[in-house]
Design a protein around this ligand. Structure first.
Ligand code: TYD
Length: 207
């Protein structure tokens, strides 16, 4: 039996980490077994790649290098952790996955869809999530809520128009992959957003 693979996506500061924590509490309380991982990261090698990508000192990194590093971290995590667990019938959640590369590298960095699709196709052979939970909140609202950017995070320092492009990218992706995308309005309270996520996952038969 193949397990289920669910990813979480959204712009910086939308409360994704908090929502994942609330989801974990719900799953534990309801005795639902799951495995949670994150991108970039989730394995020793992928976490080392993560440190290179996110290091605020690496200002000379080219967009292509960045996109390839994300794809490298991804295939390591997929083959070492995600696939074996899915083959074992497990429910696997991942904080970000390929749609982050489309939103950030294709749309916001401007590498284009084909470039990112090709390198990821090469890496992960089109291994897509069953469902992708997209926390829908504009970057303006998100940063307002978060109280500004994290100055040690290279990606967060990329500027407002960058983050607006990321957001527009996600909106496009949610239309392009409407079968897979679960769009959650994240403009309400944390509790309301949590409830929406739980209801949507129940509706899809994930939990
Ligand atoms: P992280 O601190 O985990 O951010 P968040 O809490 O918002 O998920 O850092 C991950 C950063 O990497 C985030 O800015 C999004 C970016 N990213 C990409 O640009 N492309 C990708 O393919 C992935 C997986 C992440």
């Amino acid at each position: 039996m193949k397990g289920k693979f669910i990813t979480f996506e959204g712009c910086e500061g939308v409360g994704k980490s908090h929502q994942i924590r609330l989801l974990e509490e719900y799953l534990v309380k309801n005795d639902i077994k799951y495995y949670l991982t994150r991108e970039p990261g989730g394995t020793n090698i992928s976490e080392q790649i993560r440190n290179i990508i996110l290091d605020g000192k690496n200002t000379e990194m080219t967009d292509e290098c960045e996109a390839l590093l994300y794809a490298s971290a991804r295939v390591q995590l997929l083959k070492q952790v995600i696939k074996p667990r899915l083959d074992n019938g497990e429910l696997v959640f991942c904080d970000r996955y390929i749609d982050s590369s489309f939103a950030y590298q294709s749309y916001a960095r401007g590498l284009g869809f084909d470039f990112v699709e090709k390198i990821n196709d090469y890496a992960i052979k089109n291994f897509m999530p069953d469902y992708t939970v997209f926390l829908n909140l504009t970057p303006d609202e998100a940063f307002k809520r978060k109280g500004g950017v994290d100055k040690n995070d290279r990606l967060e320092l990329s500027g407002n128009s960058f983050h607006q492009k990321v957001y527009d990218g996600y909106v496009d992706l949610s239309k392009k992959y409407s079968d897979r995308f679960i769009v959650i309005d994240a403009s309400g309270s944390k509790e309301q957003t949590h409830e929406k996520i739980i209801n949507a996952l129940k509706e899809k038969g994930v939990i």
